[in-house]
Design a protein around this ligand. Structure first.
Ligand code: B3K
Ligand code: ZN
Length: 851
């Protein structure tokens, strides 16, 4: 364990930097182990600052020389950087440092991936490139010269002079250092262009390794669609002559929005029908849009400090969700988003890693790129839009862009814009940014003389460091249905502001059936006692697609809980209701595929825990298997019909219509496989012409225990394609019997193609294990030990990915004493590792502190 406790940074300690930066000139002389970075930076005292100490961040840099206004200086090295006496007037700082990209395995700063130089600076990676005030509120125009033997040399902004072995770039838009990027490599491009609505021609490129150029067309179309959408919906135009995207194999996350030079994990941009699933295509479209939308929400208007991260991330996630809803099906997108929100954010909000959407302290900021900041952050934007209405929302956004362009802002600035645009007081809304934890919204009802009353109560359980919670403003979208399924009251948004509050509906002839929290209008847990008959009724009749789906899910969940706790048989009411839904050809196939799904293992574990039980991961898995088998039996006539009916015969398109049909047909195939042992799945596998069909068939075969031949064939067919081989690693573990999952993962870590240096491969393998709860939580503890072994090994190589994967342990307090002891021992073993990174130390310490 580290001896010195890592330092905690607090929001309340914010002070502006003592200097402003008027311009940055950088020259890179590239070399794998001895890259020289020359910087020339013009500073001037910041009139808004009181502290004029000249401190520059720097980490792992070898300082060759430094000068102020041409005179050599000897800065004093201090923790995290250097300090140097500086004039109380404008001056120029010049420095030369040496760095070693090839040995940088943390994938932060300047590093190498397959012989290509690339960068990742957010949040604090620029300080690994040169000495600089590496904080988002210091914004400056950058000019960059790259010298190297690679054929393609890229940086931010517009291209300048270029020749043999060098290229220059100039970015006129002032930006914080976290948006700096450089790429150099022997790359090929997929070029295109876009004309903005004011008639400006923008050159577009997707740069990839030779051999991948055939996988760029879809990403390029997504980029052009995003550019057009942002003009039409938010009035935002692109602002440089060129927009470059580069695909990189070794990358810690999905992608990065560097100004004019987005860098993407290759899994988030490369796509072809043969190698990518429908889900991959949809994810790529969303990530391309997300990074592009950051150009305004993140780059032109950035964050004052990292506590304000949700200012750019929550808003940009919200914008990319709007885009996907417009491009595809809005209700399917909403349902999928809520599934992900509950799986990741509710889980986080309910455990030791809970933190406010705007945290007030951190040790390592990289640990706060969380589902709470991103996904709950986006939910807050959605609630604001619901509360103020569409028109006022766009008016406020126009004001935001007008008032804050070129600035580094706070959540206060953001809310003020809404207050000014709408005249509303958002004081109470601010609590959503400040209070962690998911509110529980309990509802009871009353019907008297034609008046129907809904009584609500909100309560948020304590979270680490926050015992008391104040009531929040909650928009609750409600509709009322009559006994025949007619909509008696269309959706209205109730605005709850008190801890308990009642809302009345008058003039009703009979007690209605309420549809509450339509479209999931607030990120809360709705608790309402009701009958399965009513849930089945809502699944059949609700006009709100979200609540229709929710009714089916709740029905399934309750049946599963009864199976687990009371040994009940699969719920006939559920089987009947879901069959009726699946048979309804007027419903979107994509919706039906989602509504055929069951609650996740993790969802059930949490529900059981909330109901006062100790969840047994194996029992949960068995109940799900039993229910799936019963469903396959119940639908033995319907499944083959759906399978035949929804075969796509047209040439492959990754659009909503085709992918919805495939999703429903593949859901049917999973049911068919449970009865035929895999005969149909094998036929689909053998004749598949796209990855969606191939992977679905192979999954079914694995699940049926008949996958060995396909597993071998799949590897032989795709061994040359690293992204497909990631799927090969993951699926074998995901579909292994829980007793074998850890052994399968352990065996795969010995495979020649396994490497922990590639985050995608590491996540496919160890993340495959943690994505299989019954396997990971196997009573032997072998899943825990395997993950801990690999996290300990990965930490010195790549702390960011290690820390992120620690969250697999965050639910440990839910389980029985034996499992808790096993997990605790592994967490302590990790924490006892000499020289453990700050990232992992913070995560493990917070998880261990769980009560
Ligand atoms: N802004 C980046 C994430 C950076 C993560 C740093 N650990 C990607 C995104 O949200 O678009
Ligand atoms: Zn983002």
């Amino acid at each position: 364990m580290r001896d010195a406790a890592p330092q905690t940074i607090y929001l309340r300690d914010y002070t502006p930097f003592g200097y402003l930066v008027d311009g940055v000139e950088l020259t890179f002389r590239l070399h794998p182990t001895r890259t020289r970075v020359m910087s020339r930076i013009r500073f001037r005292p910041n009139p808004e600052a009181t502290d004029h100490r000249f401190f520059l961040h720097g980490e792992g840099l070898t300082l060759i020389s430094a000068a102020i206004d041409g005179r050599q200086v000897s800065p004093e090295p201090v923790e995290g950087g250097l300090v140097c006496p500086a004039p109380d007037a404008p001056f120029t700082w010049e420095a030369e440092v040496e760095i070693s990209p090839e040995t940088n395995t943390a994938l932060e700063g300047l590093y190498m991936s397959n012989g290509m130089y690339c960068t990742q600076c957010e949040a604090e990676g620029f300080r690994k490139i040169t000495y600089y005030p590496d904080r988002p509120d210091v914004m400056a125009p950058f000019s960059v010269r790259i010298e190297g033997g690679e054929n393609i040399l890229l940086s931010n902004g517009n291209p300048g002079a270029a020749g043999a072995g060098f290229a220059e770039w100039h970015d006129p838009w002032p930006k914080p250092a976290y948006l700096f990027a450089l790429v150099a490599g022997d790359l090929v491009n997929h070029p295109d262009s876009f004309t903005t609505r004011s008639g400006k021609q923008v050159a577009l490129n997707i740069w990839v390794r030779p051999g991948d150029e055939g996988k760029c067309a879809f990403g390029m179309q997504a980029l052009k669609d995003s550019m057009k959408w942002d003009e039409e919906v938010y009035g935002r135009e692109y602002d440089l002559d060129i927009f470059n995207i580069v695909a990189v194999d070794d990358f810690n996350m999905g992608a990065m929005e560097n100004k004019g030079l987005n860098i993407f994990n290759s899994s988030a941009v490369l796509a072809s029908p043969e190698t990518s699933t429908d889900a991959n295509f949809e994810r790529i479209e969303a990530i391309i849009a997300h990074e592009y939308f950051h150009n305004w929400t993140g780059n032109r208007i950035t964050c004052r400090d990292w506590f304000q991260l949700c200012l750019k991330e929550g808003l940009t996630v919200f914008r990319d969700a709007q885009f996907t809803s417009d491009m595809r099906s809005a209700s399917v997108k909403r349902i999928s988003d809520v599934i992900a929100l509950r799986a990741r954010q509710f889980r986080e909000d309910n455990g030791p890693l809970a933190h406010p959407v705007r945290p007030d302290s951190f040790v390592e900021i990289n640990n706060f790129y969380t589902a709470t900041v991103y996904e709950k952050g986006a939910e807050l934007i959605g609630m604001l839009k619901t509360l103020v209405g569409d028109k006022a929302y766009y008016k406020a956004l126009d004001l935001y862009f007008e008032r804050h362009d070129g600035e580094a802002c706070t959540i206060e600035d953001w809310l003020k814009v809404f207050e000014d645009a709408t005249g509303r007081d958002l004081g109470q809304f601010r609590r959503w940014y400040e209070q962690a934890g998911t509110p529980r919204l309990t509802v009871s009802e009353e019907f008297n003389n034609g008046t129907y009353t809904l009584h609500f109560e909100q309560k948020t359980p304590p979270t680490p460091g926050q015992d008391v919670k104040d009531p929040r403003v909650i928009p609750i979208a409600v509709g009322l249905l009559g006994a025949n399924g007619d909509e008696l009251r269309e959706t209205t948004v109730l605005e709850m502001t008190e801890a308990t509050q009642s809302f009345r509906f008058q003039g009703l002839a009979a007690r209605p059936v309420p549809s509450i929290l339509r479209q999931f209008s607030a990120p809360v847990i709705l608790e309402r006692e009701t009958s399965s008959a009513e849930r089945a009724f809502l699944l059949a009749h609700d006009t709100d697609p979200f609540n229709k789906w929710e009714a089916g899910l709740s029905l399934a969940r309750e049946g599963l809980m009864a199976m687990i706790c009371d040994g009940a048989a699969p719920d006939a009411a559920y089987l009947e209701a879901v069959q009726m839904m699946a048979r309804d050809d007027s419903l979107d196939p994509a919706f039906r595929a989602l509504a055929l799904g069951l609650p996740s293992q993790d969802d059930l574990a949490q529900a059981l825990f909330d109901a006062g039980h100790t969840p047994d991961p194996q029992a949960i898995w068995e109940a799900l298997e039993t229910l799936r088998q019963a469903k396959a039996q119940a639908m033995q006539d319907l499944a083959p019909r759906l399978y035949a009916q929804y075969q796509v015969t047209e040439p492959y398109q990754p659009d909503a219509a085709q992918s919805g049909a495939r999703a429903l047909a593949n859901a049917a195939l999973a049911m068919i496989t449970r009865l035929d042992g895999g005969a149909q799945a094998q036929r689909q596998y053998d004749s598949a012409t796209n990855m969606t069909q191939q992977l679905a068939a192979w999954s079914c075969l694995l699940q049926a225990g008949n996958g060995a031949a396909a597993t071998g064939a799949f590897y032989d067919q795709w061994r040359h394609d690293r992204l497909v081989i990631d799927k090969w690693f993951m699926l074998q573990i995901l579909h292994a019997d829980p007793a074998d999952a850890a052994d399968t993962a352990a065996r795969l870590t010995e495979h020649l193609d396994f490497t922990m240096k590639n985050p995608n491969r590491f996540r496919a393998t160890l993340g495959g294990l943690t994505a299989s709860p019954a396997g990971f939580h196997h009573a032997s503890g072998k899943g825990y030990a395997l993950l801990a072994d690999w996290l300990i090994r990965l930490d010195p190589v790549n702390p960011q990915t290690t820390a992120r994967m620690c969250s697999a342990f965050e639910t440990w307090r839910r389980f029985d004493a034996d499992r808790q002891a096993l997990i605790k021992a592994q967490l302590e073993r990790i924490l006892d590792t000499p020289d453990l990174s700050r990232d992992t130390t913070e995560m493990v310490t917070r998880i261990l502190a769980a009560r």
